[in-house]
Design a protein around this ligand. Structure first.
Ligand code: HEM
Length: 465
């Protein structure tokens, strides 16, 4: 027997007979819960319906959420012609462009990914360490002393700068300044802005018009950078990702390079800055872990990063759109629906992680807990985050640089709540801290050592460290 249900108007009705059970609230309410309170919405659904359930929410329509390592493995290792991630990400196409690795599928995707991958390999990313360290050291020196401020916006500035300098390799000060000015607005892709994709007429007015103008300016600047780089006689010696892509001599034209560069900005900026904000939000509330991290080696710092991305994942889900019917978890799922491995649910599953709500980096040392299909902050399979090694390395370098030079305290002992911000999950108060001590590092030879330390300011919670 097959029945149909009311799905959002942009999707055709989907047969429901074989869909897993799920919340029965109206689509509007489910949409609101999915975007505004993802974690409580998913937690309640999995308690009631188990490891596979169906939600109905815009813009996906009918979506089957999975939260079991076997099912997640099936999705991640499934045929890329069946599970389309590019289509799932197509909402970003107006910004990243139609040739972006994020929105392509099957052979076209594989080709784009092969072109982009070499500069993002584990060893290749080590070349960016010096640049990241310089950017962070400069950033820390500007933080106020003994005054509470949110770290998240500061990390947004850091991760934007890292992409501009290490990934794109922009060095002209005027172009750098112009990109710093226009890009942040282009990279805040809110549902309000996305409404313009459905109603292009909006693009003529208000915030939509400003967004379009900024995006056009960003595209102009990025294209100018690409053109100049092609003519650079020192191209072969340059280490940034854009130069390596051009030097590799592939058949990327300027339009495709623009799309991939914009993709790296969209995919790598907000995600890494949020990961860093959570890392400090957690670390500063766990004094023993903090002091171990201060004296810790790279393996321990990596475990801190892994644990932060587990206990506070930046993205709640990954998306795959089904091209043909698939049997998953005993259900015959119809073509056209979205399948969502739920990162948050996997990471808080006590069958996969001991005391899952505890912040305990040690769980990742010596082989550790979890596994490929349990710890999934970067998604998985052939669509696994292309910048995963880059982001992990960047986070470790930022962490090490700050811990070596700066004493930070959380401004209050209470944990910051998790808040939905567009597609990410962020610390609700921006990871507020107080810088209570600092000395400038000599990260490269010959730098003079400056010091400035202070007593703990009033109002900084004793339990915060
Ligand atoms: C903590 C930081 C980051 C997190 C949590 C993160 C997470 C993710 C996730 C969940 C996906 C989707 C994977 C899937 O569908 O299975 C993804 C894809 C992607 N990420 Fe990241 N990411 C981060 C940083 C970065 C950085 C720094 C870059 C590049 C500079 C980057 C570039 C990409 C690209 C290009 C894709 C698309 C891959 C494809 O479709 O083949 N990401 N990321």
């Amino acid at each position: 027997m097959t029945t149909t249900t009311n799905t959002p108007s942009m999707h055709p009705p989907v047969p429901t007979s074989d869909l897993p059970p799920g919340p029965r609230m109206p689509v509007g309410l489910q949409t609101l819960r999915a975007w505004r309170a993802t974690i409580p919405f998913f937690d309640a659904a999995t308690r009631r319906y188990g490891p596979i359930f169906t939600i109905r929410a815009l813009p996906w329509g009918t979506a089957v959420v999975v939260n079991d390592p076997e099912l997640v493995k099936e999705v991640f290792t499934g045929d890329p012609a069946v599970y389309h991630a590019g289509e799932g990400n197509s909402i970003l196409a107006p910004i990243v462009g139609s040739r972006s690795v994020l929105v392509l599928d099957e052979d076209e995707h594989l080709q784009a990914r092969r072109t982009l991958l070499p500069p993002f390999h584990g060893e290749a990313v080590q070349a960016y360490g010096r640049v990241v360290e310089q950017i962070v050291a400069d950033e820390i020196s500007r933080w106020p002393l003994l005054e509470a401020f949110p770290l998240h916006p500061r990390f947004r500035a850091v991760t934007l700068e890292v992409i501009l300098r290490a990934v794109i390799g922009v060095s002209d000060p005027r172009r750098l300044a112009a990109l710093r000015q226009v890009l942040p607005e282009c990279l805040q892709i809110s549902p309000t802005i996305m409404a313009m994709w459905a109603m292009p007429v909006l693009g003529r007015v208000g915030p939509w018009r400003r967004f379009r103008e900024k995006l056009a300016e960003a595209n102009r600047l990025l294209r100018a950078e690409i053109r100049e780089r092609r003519r650079d006689p020192g191209l072969e010696k340059r280490e940034d990702v854009l130069s390596r892509l051009i030097a590799a001599g592939g058949d990327c034209d300027d339009d495709e390079l623009r799309d991939q560069i914009m993709t790296l900005l969209v995919a790598g900026h907000e995600t890494s800055s949020t990961g860093l904000a959570w890392t400090f939000e957690r670390l500063l509330r766990h004094p023993t872990t903090l002091s171990r991290a201060r004296g810790g080696d790279d393996a321990y710092l990596d475990a801190v990063v892994q644990e932060s991305l587990r206990v506070r994942p930046v993205l709640p889900v990954v998306l795959r759109q089904l091209k043909v019917p698939v049997n998953l978890g005993g259900y015959e799922l119809p073509a056209g629906i979205t399948v969502m491995p739920a990162i948050t649910l996997m990471h808080e599953n006590p069958a996969l992680f001991d005391e899952p709500s505890r912040f305990k980096p040690e769980r990742f040392l010596d082989g550790g807990e979890g596994g490929t299909y349990a710890w999934i902050p970067f998604g998985g399979g052939r669509r696994r985050c292309l910048g995963a090694a880059f982001a992990s390395f960047e986070m470790r370098v930022v962490l090490r640089t700050i811990l070596r030079s700066t004493e930070l305290r959380a401004d209050v002992p209470a944990d910051e709540p998790i808040r939905n911000h567009h597609i990410t999950l962020v610390p609700a108060r921006g990871a507020r801290v107080v810088k209570v001590g600092w000395h400038a590092l000599p990260p490269w030879p010959g730098r003079r050592r400056l010091t400035a330390t202070a007593r703990r300011p009033r109002g900084v919670g004793a339990g915060a460290l």
